[in-house]
Design a protein around this ligand. Structure first.
Ligand SMILES: Nc1ncnc2c1ncn2[C@@H]1O[C@H](COP(=O)(O)OP(=O)(O)OP(=O)(O)O)[C@@H](O)[C@H]1O
Length: 595
């Protein structure tokens, strides 16, 4: 659906809801709709964290408390305007979001969930036990309600405000998730290493997800406190954290409408069972298990296949011409590796290795299995730090830099074992490669400012060009994981090219390819080289290496034993010995001899 159509749809739906709720004469029903709005805010933010970034949080009650107690303290202990206090509560919750995100740098999965759970418990205890400040079970009375025209909002006005905030949250989050940030968050969930290798700042992206979830949850808490004009520790329970998680998982994590569906269904169930709290708790536990085991995609996941449009290839007119220039080309030294050593305990996959790579050349790094080739690529791209030595790319030291920063400097890579974002489309995978080259920031994306719009369109066009280059334009909308292995390798290649590398590092690009696919790959690499990209490939297919390389480096047990033109290397006795050693597999001997 086009953005303008969606905007009109959301505004009409919000206006209809405002109209319908105006007909409610009963405060009880208005209260239920208000709570739906509050829970939707929590769920919409939580969806960014759980459904997109794949970070599990069991501490949202703590963030709800941050917003609620922030407005409580600011409006009872100071003379702050209640609207200003609401904004301040959002800011305080954002800070708490950063705090709760800090451990995500070190721990993942269930361990991160435990840390967030601990955060929730600490806040629950804090507001329950520190009675001087938070009032404990007695709570804080006299919180100033939001006002309109000098008067506190009526029940109906609270509902209207809630509907307005939900529509705004939905629109803003859609802007955020349908562009650069949404793709980056989804890539985190799929594979953090691949994500950083295309230039995503993994930790920053996680913090953004935590902060978004914290702000929406904090605003929800503040609204509840201001509407009740009262808050106490009974509101802040582990049960609330589970309920917020359930809203997302039940409705459909990672779906933009999942939180809405989850909120409407579960808040209605919650209201229906209000008189039987123990039945409520039992039902939540049951629904959580049900959602996890029976419908991992939630309610929206069950129905999504009915609404999914068939994947169509982009029209040729929409894809511009195949690129003739990707890197800057030119001549001179690109990479200087000097005295690099790597020790994994007793294993030494690199021992005092030095070599230089020239611009505009195709270089090959070869050697028997276990020689240390992949370790070298991983050191060049920042995945592994060398124990000793220096790696200079474009005159700047690379070792010690984070992976995303090395990608930004101009090194793109593929992996020995494919690391695609399998659930994302082929096009999204390649657009992710452009992440570090896009300049629209968080707020430009959130408000869909003109530069975000421009960047998105340019990125899409470039990704289509690159797909055309690798011959995959017709598969642009297919999930990357559904393609045959050989084509997935091409997707990874296009994704690496999308980072606009000056040096492209390919770790066994022909692994798993048949002879015809290998020959086609050779032609493609020559074509990429002509687009101004220098290449360093690790490869076992000697035919490919010898036919397209300008320069070959040979490693054996972590030691560089030879380098030079393919013919020189082929004739080098040390190389022959390394490959033809009595213990080496026969096929490698044949391969080298044949080449
Ligand atoms: N993280 C690690 N911890 C310990 N040892 C490692 C680690 N990574 C690699 N090694 C060891 O370093 C040596 C070199 O491995 P590497 O994968 O770099 O070799 P390779 O030349 O790429 O081999 P292949 O051609 O089989 O992929 C191997 O003995 C390997 O077991």
């Amino acid at each position: 659906m086009k953005r303008s159509q969606h905007l009109v749809g959301v505004l009409l739906a919000a206006a209809a809801l405002v109209g319908i709720t105006s007909l409610f004469g009963n405060d009880y029903y208005l209260r239920i709709v208000f709570m739906m709005c509050v829970y939707y805010l929590c769920a919409a933010g939580m969806n960014v964290l759980v459904g997109y970034a794949g970070q599990k949080s069991l501490g949202q009650a703590g963030l709800f408390a941050a917003g609620a107690y922030a407005v409580a303290l600011l409006t009872t202990r100071t003379e702050m305007n209640p609207w200003l206090a609401l904004v301040a509560a959002a800011g305080i919750s954002a800070v708490c979001g950063v705090l709760i995100a800090l451990p995500s740098l070190r721990v993942k999965g269930p361990y991160l969930a435990m840390v967030t759970l601990a955060f929730g418990i600490v806040v629950e205890k804090l507001v329950g036990e520190w009675t001087d400040v938070f009032g404990g079970a007695q709570g804080i009375y006299g919180i100033k309600a939001l006002t309109w025209d000098g008067q506190p909002l009526t029940q109906l006005q609270w509902v209207w405000l809630g509907i307005g905030l939900c529509a705004l949250a939905h629109l803003l989050l859609r802007n955020l998730l349908e562009g650069r940030f949404g793709r980056a968050l989804l890539s985190l969930q799929a594979d953090e290493i691949a994500s950083s290798s295309v230039g995503v700042r993994v930790y920053r992206a996680k913090v953004i997800a935590f902060v978004v979830a914290a702000v929406t949850c904090g605003i929800a808490g503040a609204l509840v406190a201001q509407q009740n004009q009262y808050i106490n520790s009974d509101f802040i329970t582990f049960h609330l954290s589970i309920f917020i998680l359930l809203l997302v998982l039940f409705g459909g994590a990672g779906s933009q409408y999942g939180p809405l569906v989850g909120t409407i269904v579960l808040t209605a169930v919650d209201a229906a069972l209000a008189r039987w709290p123990s039945a409520q708790h039992f039902l939540y536990g049951f629904l959580l298990l049900f959602a996890l085991y029976v419908m991992p995609g939630g309610v929206t996941g069950l129905f999504s296949k009915w609404f999914r449009r068939s994947a169509e290839a982009p029209e040729p007119s929409k894809a511009a011409a195949v690129p003739t220039r990707i890197g800057p080309g030119g001549q001179g030294e690109l990479l200087v590796v000097q005295g690099v050593t790597k020790n994994f305990g007793g294993v030494k996959p690199a021992q005092n290795v030095s070599f230089r790579l020239q611009r505009g050349h195709i270089h090959a790094l070869i050697g028997p299995n276990g020689a240390g080739k992949s370790t070298m690529i991983n050191m060049l791209t920042g995945l592994i730090d060398p124990t000793e030595g220096s790696i200079q790319f474009l005159g700047q030291e690379v070792s010690g830099r984070p992976v995303h920063s090395i990608c930004c400097m101009g090194m793109g890579r593929t992996f020995q074992n494919l690391r695609l974002f399998a659930e994302l489309s082929v096009l999204d995978n390649v657009m992710l490669g452009r992440h570090s080259r896009m300049t629209n920031g968080f707020f430009a994306s959130l408000f869909h400012l003109p530069n975000a719009k421009r960047e998105e369109a340019a990125t899409r066009a470039r990704a289509l060009q690159l797909l055309d280059l690798v011959g995959l334009l017709h598969l642009a909308h297919h999930p990357a994981g559904s393609l045959p292995y050989g084509l997935q390798r091409r997707v990874e290649l296009a994704r690496a090219l999308a980072t606009e590398p000056q040096l492209l590092l390919l770790d066994e690009p022909a692994a798993g390819l048949n002879p015809q696919e290998t020959a086609e790959l050779g032609q493609l690499l020559l074509r990429i080289g002509k687009c101004g990209v220098s290449i360093l490939m690790v490869e076992h297919h000697m035919d490919l290496v010898m036919s397209i390389s300008d320069h070959v480096i040979v490693l054996d047990y972590g030691i560089k034993i030879a380098e030079g033109k393919p013919a020189e290397v082929q004739a080098n006795p040390r190389v022959v010995e390394a490959y033809l050693g009595v213990d080496e597999p026969e096929e490698e001997q044949h391969a080298l001899c044949a080449a």
